[in-house]
Design a protein around this ligand. Sequence first.
Ligand SMILES: Nc1ncnc2c1ncn2[C@@H]1O[C@H](COP(=O)(O)OP(=O)(O)OP(=O)(O)O)[C@@H](O)[C@H]1O
Length: 255
Amino acid sequence: MVAGTVLRARGVDVSLGGRRILAAVDLTVRPGEVVALLGANGSGKSTLVRAALGVVPTSAGEIRLFDQPLASAPWRRIGYVPQRIPAVTGVPTTACEVVRAGLLSGHRLRRGTRAQAVAALDAMGMAALAHRPVQEMSGGQQQRVLIARALVREPDLLVLDEPTTGIDLGTIETFVATIDRMRRAGTAVVVVLHETESFAAMLDRAVVLRHGRVVHDGPPPPARAEHARPEHEHAHPHPVEPDGVLGDLVGGGDA
Ligand SMILES: Nc1ncnc2c1ncn2[C@@H]1O[C@H](COP(=O)(O)OP(=O)(O)OP(=O)(O)O)[C@@H](O)[C@H]1O
């Protein structure tokens, strides 16, 4: 278990392409906490996690990871699954190699990392494909490899940007059980979600963004199972919570 805060953002502004994307965002995550980032398309969820990890620059505010400024953040304690799969190179790379890359320390792979990598792939139901090139895999299979690459690091902070997109329900269950084990051991989790359903049981808090501002930071909204069904009609009006924020999370995009 780690002491202090895992992630602390204060007054963070981000501008991209001449537009202000995040405005005065505060976010605190403590050890073992599972925090969902929610909000309509384009509300700034991915930008917030990318800023928190130093992938996009901030124009104001302060970000600290494990009580350190970004410049000296302990990256080996952090696992990140981005929303989009980075373009794969033309060189065939097996799933096992991708996952082992998550264990690189300096330029060398430590001994025994192959077994660790295969175990992480197994947790994502991918052990049988460990030696298949990721270039030959479906989008959902590639996503599972990226999740395994983050899990194998046994991070103290796991950042997941819409991790379950394109993954079948059985694998989601295994994945959620793995995350649950990790957070019981003290790992903090920040997860960008559209539907809280699969993570609902373990969410401590939800932070809701709208137009780049935090409009709610507190209890997560109740999961609405009907939204996950293919026949669900998203155009119907949703019940509005007392503060008017959580009830229309799935409303129209911000972009
Ligand atoms: N590199 C960029 N340059 C310019 N604008 C950008 C860039 N990246 C993101 N944006 C804009 O910032 C806004 C927020 O995008 P972001 O991806 O953070 O939203 P999101 O809440 O994660 O959306 P979604 O739910 O669709 O993934 C959008 O309007 C997007 O077009």
